[in-house]
Design a binder for this molecule. Structure first.
Ligand SMILES: Nc1ncnc2c1ncn2[C@@H]1O[C@H](COP(=O)(O)OP(=O)(O)OP(=O)(O)O)[C@@H](O)[C@H]1O
Length: 286
């Protein structure tokens, strides 16, 4: 392993622009260069590079404990790079102040693995929460906007006053997605979006994400173990192994990479079955 002491200190080498958020696609939505993440003596990412372009659905895959969720947390500004640089919308995420970070957060949505709804709040209150935190919208507008978001994710108004404990797993995901979309983000982060859903619900949720991606022009960054979800949604795939990105490209491109994880994950029994299912669904694209 390289000696961390010899790696340059963390730095983005200055701002991309004039301090304004760059939301016009002229710079990558996310740009990670030379990233090191460390917990004590444990190195999770070592000289990791990744660029996420506007409008794509970029999926991050890798073995258990390879640092996929931690990489998402770096993009969300919830971790600090030991070295290297993470830019989101052109901004160095660990250099900006709290107000600027909050401003950035208003332009992305995050769907956590378990949905992470507030158990003491109704569906309506959960989805309204990011809007209320803005302190800029009148209450009647918030209620209208929440109902609109619920409709967007296929939830009727009759569910507005339900508590999270009254919801099925699929509905929890939809509410969490509506909350992630509350502020009309440009960028959506999904951590294992179909985990815990049965195959039918999973397929329905994938279709929902696909249509929202198309209709809202979102850029999506997703971590998933589920091959069907991965194949159905990804425009590009980043493979994490050995503490960095060892393959990045379309499914076809990644399949060409000669690495044990790629062989095992994509070309093992599960991978082959999912690829066959994909080929049956989209024969013309193969
Ligand atoms: N706050 C923390 N403190 C110490 N170690 C941590 C912390 N967060 C994550 N790690 C370690 O970092 C490594 C990467 O964790 P991470 O959760 O990012 O992996 P992952 O690829 O998402 O794993 P999985 O697929 O199992 O969810 C693991 O070894 C984990 O134990």
């Amino acid at each position: 392993m390289a000696n961390p002491a010899l790696v340059p200190e963390r730095s983005c080498g200055g701002s991309r622009g004039d301090g304004e958020l760059t939301l016009d696609g002229s710079v990558p939505i996310v740009e990670i260069t030379g990233l090191w993440t460390k917990y004590g003596r444990t190195v999770v990412h070592q000289d990791l590079n990744l660029e996420i372009r506007q409008g794509e659905i970029l999926s991050i895959v890798g073995g258990s404990g390879t640092g996929k969720t931690t990489l998402l947390r770096q993009m969300l500004g919830l971790e600090t790079p030991a070295r290297g640089c993470v830019r989101v919308f052109g901004e160095d995420i660990s250099e900006i102040d709290a107000t600027q970070l909050q401003q950035l957060r208003n332009h992305w949505g995050m769907l956590f693995q378990q949905g992470a709804l507030y158990s003491a709040l109704t569906v309506l209150e959960n989805i309204a929460q990011p809007m209320r935190e803005l302190h800029a919208l009148p209450e009647d507008l918030i209620v209208d906007a929440v109902l609109l978001k619920m409709n967007m994710v296929g939830l009727g108004p009759e569910h507005a006053n339900k508590m999270p404990s009254d919801l099925s797993g699929g509905m929890v995901k939809r509410v969490a997605l509506a909350r992630a979309l509350a502020l009309e983000p440009k960028l959506l982060f999904l951590d294992e979006p179909t985990a815990g859903l049965d195959p039918d619900l999973s397929e329905a949720f994938v279709s929902l994400i696909k249509s929202l991606h198309r209709e809202l022009g979102l850029t999506v960054v997703m971590v998933t173990h589920d091959l069907d979800t991965l194949f159905a949604l990804s425009t590009r795939i980043a493979v994490l192994a050995e503490k960095h990105v060892i393959a990045l490209g379309t499914l076809e491109e990644v399949l060409q990479v000669d690495h044990p994880f790629v062989h095992e994950f994509f070309l093992g029994d599960r991978g082959r079955r999912a690829l066959e299912a994909l080929n049956e669904k989209n024969p013309q694209e193969q």
